[in-house]
Every structure is written in C-alpha cells, then in structure tokens.
Design a protein around this ligand. Sequence first.
Ligand code: SAM
Length: 243
Amino acid sequence: MRLYREFASWWPLLSAPSNYAEEAAFYERTLRAASESTARTLLELGSGGGNNASYLKARFQMTLVDPSPGMLEVSRALNPECEHVQGDMREVRLGRTFDCVFIHDAVVYMTTEADLRRAMETAYVHCRPGGAALFAPDHVREIFREDTDCGGHDADGRGLRYLEWTWDPDPSDTEYVVDYAYLLREADGSVRVEHDRHVEGLFSRADWLRLLEEVGFRPSVVPLEHSEVEAGTCEVFVGVRPA
Ligand SMILES: C[S@@+](CC[C@H](N)C(=O)[O-])C[C@H]1O[C@@H](n2cnc3c(N)ncnc32)[C@H](O)[C@@H]1O
C-alpha cells in the first residue's frame, strides 16, 4: 500500500485524529465490559498514525505496533508518551502480556485465513488471562456492501482530498478491493493525483468466531455503536482469554 510508505506523512490529512473520539470511546467501553478485572495496559497492533491511540492513551498505558516506519513517525509525533515498536501483527512477540489487545482497521490487511489466525495468535499470546482482545474489521462477509466515500483535510499549507471505492471483484474468495484516488496539494499550490489499491480481507462471522475459538479465546460479536454508522452495518469481534 503506497499510503503507508510514500504517502505516510499525508495520513493525518486523509484521516484526522479528531474524527476518532466517539469510536475510541466505544472500543474502550467494549474492552472494559469484556475484561474480567480492571484494565490498565493496552497493546494496539497495526496502530498506524495513532488516531485511536490519541484518545485511548488517556485511559490506558499503551504500546503501539506497526510495520511502517513512516506511520510510526506520524504516531510518535501525535503520541510521544506511548511506547512505539516496529512489527508485523502476524509475528511480533514482545515477551510480555497486556490487560487488553486492540486491532482496529489494520486487521483488514489479513487477507487469508492463515494470516488472520496468526494475527489472532499474536493477540492471544500478548493478552493476560482474564483480559480481552478487540478486532474491528471494516467489513464482515454477511453485511459487506460495495460503497464509495470521499473526504480529506488541510493543514500546514498542504491539503488532501480522496475518493475511496470499495468493491469485490470475486465474491467467492476472502478478498475485496479498495481503490483510492488521492489529490495531493503541496504548500506551493501544485496538485498531483495518485492511485493506490488496497487488497483487504473479508471473512464471515462464523469464520471469525471459529478462528478466535481455535486460538483459545472465548469469542463474541458486538455491533458497532456510532452516531455516523447505520445500525447493523458494522460489527466488531471480542475475544476473552480465559483466566
Ligand atoms: C488505516 S491504518 C491504521 C490507523 C489506525 N487505526 C489509527 O487509529 O490511526 C492501517 C495500518 O495497518 C498497518 N499494517 C498493514 N499490514 C500490517 C501488518 N501485517 N501488521 C501490522 N500492521 C499492519 C499499516 O502499516 C497501517 O499503518
């Protein structure tokens, strides 16, 4: 994905931290409700630019893991008080456990069942017994809808506008595609257009629940509650590591 390499510094103009307050509060609520005792530490895998973390860090002591040096740099600027580690959610091993583990939209980059299971195993080994892990895929097979979206922001003289086009070329496999067109306006006023294709994973609710159970979690599905998301169109998965 070009977004997380050559365009990483543009991330806050595509997705501004200010848009994350309500959903971060939902994730906190859901993790606390699932945890069997008070949660103080939180590991986020695929933390990207750290937008959720910019809210969750007030409620948890956070460690943020992402493979992209550019995205880690953006997140360090926003969240200097958080520990940052470069790593892949399929294989990173920090040698310690956390009260909770969180994988937000970065889990969509798990496009095969084998990779999704590896990410769940990483969450499991880092979750203390009695703790909870939350996975927030953008789409689940049963409620997947093709869609287009657009947006963008301005800051420090630069601006970005994007068109996001979500579609599924082959409904029989575990992937769908998100094509992005970015208009990138530099401080000198010049504008260029770039295309970026993200291939993302699509799994059924039953697959999510089965894989979570197979790696050792006690799984459940929770509908996302958000004022800008139509009820019933988005759900997250929670796994409790048995005490
Ligand atoms: C949309 S961004 C995440 C933004 C984040 N939810 C936030 O609150 O700012 C997706 C991130 O997933 C990361 N990613 C992609 N593949 C990954 C992998 N195998 N392991 C961990 N992170 C991955 C990318 O580097 C990127 O930073």
